[in-house]
Ligand binder design. Structure first.
Ligand code: KG4
Ligand code: ZN
Length: 336
């Protein structure tokens, strides 16, 4: 079975082709970072317009790289939520039109479930059940995963997503968009113990997260220790972002491992853009191995938004014979 997958949930236009045995034949991601950078975040109207320009060339490129023709494709998988509705509608309408014109069946899938499925693109995927952490620009949630379609949410953020906190702190410090990769890089040479930022726990048995207080703590710290007119010296800036990253990572690792033990499981899977963070990956591996838990990390390119993860998930559903109707809509929020 050859599946064409499309994701236009936010500011990346992505198309991929998945072959038999979850073989990734192509995965093209066209980033809109340059377009949104000067605004310090994604401008939804601009994102939708750019998706419209990109969708045909990107799908054509993905088919070309996979050496596949449209007539070889057995199914189309497309994200229909959650995300920016204007962006989602471009990919979804394109997929529906393509399906209608060619008769190729299509299936709409959940973007969060796509992130959780990214690990199945790797050589050694986990066995079910496991605890999955989705940590991206829009979501920070913990799930017990017993199989495809079998998810139990254990906790989620009550305010900002972790990636959103990275982006907002970076924007406040004038570091540009997206903030995660910049903070990751700058933190490598900073002192993570320079500033003791709060680690919100929300109670012993809660698997919920809260990052907006941490973001405010960074803002307050900077206001109390203002930068000189020429800006912060590099080492001071590195210390601040490194201390912020340390607080985020500590909370993510601690809660995830608590959830694994609470569920009496021994496997944990990371996913979402923030799972590309080098410090989070390193700490998760280190602390898990100390506690006898096995960690599964998707390659960084499969952590940030990509159509390959949508293709892996869509293939599961299409193989079971599941199909979506042409009336399928796009949704800004779509719980698992
Ligand atoms: O999964 P994703 O590409 O899109 C959403 O579904 O939200 O995640 C994007 C988020 C952004 O907030 C970005 O700053 C963050 O992932 N991110 C990172 C890193 N790379 C991307 N955060 C921390 N460290 C990174 N290396
Ligand atoms: Zn995403």
């Amino acid at each position: 079975m050859l599946v064409l997958a499309i994701d236009t949930s936010c500011d990346d236009t992505s198309a991929a082709v998945i072959g038999e045995g979850r073989q990734l034949l192509s995965n093209v991601v066209s980033s809109q970072i340059a377009l949104h950078q000067k605004y310090g975040g994604v401008v939804p109207e601009l994102a939708s317009r750019k998706h419209i320009e990109s969708i045909v060339p990107i799908v054509t490129e993905a088919l070309g790289m996979a050496r596949a023709r449209l007539s070889d494709i057995d199914g189309i998988a497309v994200t229909h939520g959650p995300g920016l509705v204007g962006s989602l509608l471009v990919g979804l309408s394109f997929a529906k039109s393509l399906s209608f014109a060619t008769g190729i069946p299509f299936i709409g899938v959940n973007h969060i479930e796509g992130h959780l499925s990214a690990i199945f693109l790797e050589k050694e995927p986990p066995r079910f059940p496991y605890v999955g952490l989705v940590v991206s620009g829009g979501h920070t949630s913990l799930y017990r995963v017993d199989g495809f379609e079998k998810y139990t949410r254990l906790g989620q953020t009550r305010d900002d997503a972790a990636g959103e906190a990275f982006d907002k702190v970076a924007k406040f410090l004038g570091l540009g968009y997206p903030g995660g990769p910049v903070i990751d890089r700058l933190s490598k040479t900073g002192n993570p113990k320079a500033v003791r930022f709060p680690r919100p726990s929300l109670g012993k048995n809660s698997f919920d997260f809260s990052f907006s207080g941490l973001k405010t703590a960074v803002v307050n710290h900077v206001r109390l220790h203002p930068a000189p007119p020429e800006g912060y010296p590099e080492d001071l800036l590195q210390d601040i972002v490194s201390s912020f990253q340390e607080a985020v990572v500590e909370v993510l690792v601690r809660k995830t491992l608590q959830a694994v033990h609470h569920q009496k499981l021994r496997r944990v899977v990371l996913s979402g853009g923030v799972a590309a963070n080098s410090h989070l990956r390193q700490r998760m591996v280190q602390e898990s191995s100390e506690q006898g838990v096995k960690v599964y990390l998707p390659s960084p390119v499969f952590c940030t938004d990509n159509a390959a993860m949508i293709g892996v998930l869509g293939t599961e559903y299409l193989k079971k014979g599941l199909r979506s109707p042409y009336t399928l809509n796009a949704f800004s929020s779509l719980p698992l």
